[in-house]
Design a protein around this ligand. Structure first.
Ligand SMILES: Nc1ncnc2c1ncn2[C@@H]1O[C@H](COP(=O)(O)OP(=O)(O)O)[C@@H](O)[C@H]1O
Length: 436
């Protein structure tokens, strides 16, 4: 767990039992014994998908798990391979057992990325295969089991943090045409809409119109807005979208959003107030709540951390009035170990993860934020290790999957619409994402 930067949550530790039906049925105890840990199993779930990552293989292999883990897992693979839906994902899988050279304990080696999807189908009208969107979509759709339709709000050569970039910006008319297609087919019912980078004011206004319409279709729709506008560089804020987008976000977009995920700079310009202290940060979040959203998460800030300068602070705030009229308020502060590099697109990933985890923990913002931050931490560390040559390529699969390790139940048929950008041509390599 330490190696994967996870903390044991005593209230909610998730365990997964893999094996043939016979093997699973033979395990009838309510307690799972793992080395010195005993986990009580309260809510079994089955057939939800499985992720294997060699980085996660327990070390040393616990000897009190029954049946022993090294025997159980290789048995599982042929069993899973028999399922028609799962076969394509595991046909290259050849699990092997080998002995750890140092301690001689049995180790299980599985291919680095093996994913079994709960909902393998996807209705996608604009397919994106490029880095950041690919990352977010993989994250939400493939790893966490959502069906996602994507719209490329822009298609750029690279991130706009670079000195030069080229590409196309989608117009409001083009977005409307796509949406019309969905409407004509009667497939415009979504559970979530997530928007990220956009740089055209009329496009943003069209997004708002569409969200209003989608909310009529499904009054429970949750709109998650990452108001991507700018960031701090060397202590000064700067915009990477045209400045006239700010009033559109303030007056039109944020008021229809349910969850917003600005960074410190974006929170300050939206609220029209600087946050130099935690007290001011809480005031900024209150101002943002007053604009509309029930949930505000400031994804990073340079507020001082009690743990020292190597930590960055993220803040969350939930403010909602329940049906009985009572006001629910929750504030969260996370101290996140800083990795000494500048990452781009982490905000996108944070928002995608938060969407997924608030879905799983609708009444527990703290848990959703912790799981999101944990994933981000794992991924930025792997990214930097890879960039420094300490880890092999294709970290994306291992990084994302390494952190999950749980079971997810009850996620059938959710639809999510992502309006974001398509950036870069580098495929899933880490180099494109780190600027020193
Ligand atoms: N240098 C870093 N070290 C550790 N974590 C980081 C770093 N940069 C980003 N992150 C992670 O990514 C999340 C979002 O980053 P942030 O910079 O706020 O996004 P953006 O400015 O792109 O919206 C943070 O909450 C943190 O978990």
């Amino acid at each position: 767990m330490n190696a994967n930067i996870l903390q044991l949550n005593v209230d909610e530790t998730e365990a997964i039992l893999l094996g043939s039906r016979q093997c699973r049925l033979s395990y009838d105890s309510d307690l799972l014994n793992l080395s010195s840990l005993s986990l009580g199993l309260t809510k079994p779930a089955c057939n939800l998908g499985a992720w294997f990552d060699p980085q996660l293989s327990p070390h040393p292999v616990p000897d009190r798990l029954s049946p022993p883990l090294p025997h159980c897992l290789p048995l599982t693979v042929p069993y899973l391979r028999r399922s028609r839906n799962l076969r394509p994902y595991i046909r290259h899988c050849s699990p092997q057992l080998f002995k750890c050279p140092s301690c001689q304990s049995p180790q299980l080696h599985l291919p680095q990325l093996m994913q079994l999807l709960q909902n393998p189908t996807v209705r996608t009208f604009t397919h994106t295969k490029h880095f950041w969107d690919c990352f977010d979509l993989l994250c939400v759709r493939q790893v966490l089991g959502f069906e996602v339709d994507t719209v490329n709000s822009v298609q750029f050569s690279n991130h706009t943090g670079y000195d030069h970039w080229t590409g196309q910006v989608m117009t409001a008319n083009e977005l409307h045409t796509l949406y019309d297609g969905l409407k004509l087919n009667g497939v415009n019912r979504y559970d979530y809409v997530l928007t990220g980078y956009t740089r055209d004011a009329s496009f943003l206004e069209m997004v708002v119109d569409i969200i209003r319409e989608l909310k009529c279709q499904n009054p429970n729709l949750v709109y998650v807005c990452d108001p991507v506008m700018g960031d701090q560089r060397n202590g000064d804020g700067y915009m990477y979208v045209p400045e006239h987008l700010l009033p559109v976000y303030k007056e039109k977009v944020v008021p229809v959003a349910d969850i917003i995920t600005p960074n410190q700079y974006e929170a300050e310009i939206l609220a029209g107030k600087k946050m130099n202290t935690e007290k001011e940060a809480l005031e900024v979040m209150d101002l943002l709540h007053a604009m509309g959203p029930e949930t505000v998460v400031i994804t990073s800030s340079d507020l001082p951390s009690s743990l020292g300068k190597d930590y960055l602070i993220a803040l969350g705030s939930l403010r909602k009035i329940k049906a009985d009229g009572t006001l629910v308020k929750e504030r969260i502060r996370m101290e996140i170990p800083k990795v000494d590099a500048v990452f781009v697109g982490t905000g996108d990933l944070f928002t995608a993860m938060l969407l997924a985890w608030t879905h799983t923990h609708p009444n527990n913002l703290k848990m959703a934020c912790e799981k999101t931050a944990s994933a981000l931490q794992h991924i930025v560390r792997r990214t930097i290790n890879h960039a420094r040559g300490k880890e092999p390529g294709m970290w994306v699969g291992g990084g994302m999957l390494g952190w999950g390790g749980g079971t997810w139940d009850g996620w059938g048929g959710l639809h999510c619409w992502v309006v974001g950008c398509r950036v870069g041509w580098g495929g899933c390599s880490a180099e494109g994402s780190v600027r020193h």
